[in-house]
Design a protein around this ligand. Structure first.
Ligand SMILES: NC(=O)c1ccc[n+]([C@@H]2O[C@H](COP(=O)([O-])OP(=O)(O)OC[C@H]3O[C@@H](n4cnc5c(N)ncnc54)[C@H](OP(=O)(O)O)[C@@H]3O)[C@@H](O)[C@H]2O)c1
Length: 301
């Protein structure tokens, strides 16, 4: 019997599992291809079928390691939605590594083909422009993304970390085909509430993907006063619901009408299970605002 997992529908052709698994930290996990393939299969067994990576993660090593796991177990690729990103580049300039952006037609086309080679796959389910590029020609980037779609190398395209102006610029040039904006949001990060991005996406039924839902683990470290304030309230709510604080945070992210798909970055299945558990938790409406204001950064007027 197949497992039931709630999904987030990004387009007619693409739905993501309600929780996405991220692989940014994969290099640190020091796993063999076999161990990585086992972890991927354990995610799939739980219904977590959407996997997030990027060209720039560990300077392309992350994609390469994932590709090795896909060749270790050839059944995995057909069961998942594979997401990668382009646009951030590192190059030796005068002997020093220089990081910059390149969203030109040639670079996006080449970058995608290189990602496919490393990932040992024929297509990506979703391809994102990783960050805002200040020297950005939306028409040129859109031409590349449209050609990649036409060639069947990517199924859908979107962006990451874009503000409403940049999103509008590229989406206009794309004739409205962008399907998501992958953004940071957690109990100590509200950039996209303050920029209006959350409203921009919600009114257009464009579902965001959420990175660092647990603030990259900082929430639990008791170092940052913002995190300590936020966790005091989150722990209180967790006790009320008889759940772990991680579950409450995921429930809070998924409560919002934007219909967000959070990306879990842990390599521990028990922590992924805490995220999945959130699908069964119903917060009280007032509890959403308790967490929204808990760190002290956001106020209700
Ligand atoms: N688009 C972008 O610009 C962008 C930027 C960053 C990330 N991302 C994507 O988003 C994904 C998730 O980001 P993230 O890794 O920062 O997510 P996250 O889930 O907020 O953080 C994961 C980190 O938190 C630690 N952690 C989780 N629960 C913990 C607990 N109870 N106590 C202590 N530490 C805990 C994990 O350690 P363990 O592994 O030991 O559990 C891991 O190091 C990435 O993999 C990547 O795919 C995208």
């Amino acid at each position: 019997m197949g497992i039931y997992m709630k999904t987030v529908k990004l387009s007619e052709g693409l739905s993501l599992s309600a929780v996405v698994q991220g692989f940014w930290r994969l290099e640190d996990w020091k796993w063999t291809s076999k161990e990585l393939a086992q972890f991927m299969n354990a995610c799939i067994d739980r219904g977590i079928t959407s996997f997030d990576t990027a060209e720039i993660y560990s300077s392309t090593l992350c994609e390469r390691l994932m590709g090795d796991a896909f060749s270790e177990d050839a059944s995995i690729r057909g069961k998942i939605q594979l997401i990668s990103k382009t646009g951030i580049f590192q190059e030796k300039v005068n002997g020093e590594t220089f990081g910059y952006y390149n969203t030109s037609y040639e670079r996006v086309m080449q970058s995608c083909k290189e990602s496919l080679q490393r990932l040992r796959t024929d297509y990506l389910d979703l391809y994102l422009i990783h960050r805002e590029d200040p020297c950005f020609d939306p028409w040129e980037t859109a031409r590349a993304l449209k050609d990649l779609k036409k060639e069947g190398l990517v199924k859908e395209v979107g962006v990451s970390n874009f503000d409403p102006f940049k999103f509008d610029a590229l989406n206009q040039a794309m004739d409205g085909e962008l399907v998501t904006n992958q953004i940071e949001w957690n109990p100590v990060c509200f950039e996209h509430f303050n920029s209006g991005m959350m409203d921009y996406l919600t009114v257009r039924h464009i579902h965001p993907m959420i990175w660092s839902p647990l603030a990259g683990g900082r929430l639990f470290k008791k170092e940052d006063p913002l995190c300590c304030h936020a966790m005091e309230k989150i722990n209180e709510i967790a006790e009320r619901h008889n759940e772990k604080p991680e579950t409450i945070i995921y429930a809070w992210l998924m409560y919002h009408p934007a219909g967000a798909a959070p990306i879990s970055g842990s390599n521990k299945l028990e922590r992924l299970d805490l995220a999945i558990k959130a699908l069964d938790v119903k917060l009280e409406h007032y509890e959403w605002y308790e967490i929204y204001t808990a760190s002290g950064q956001q106020i209700l007027r």
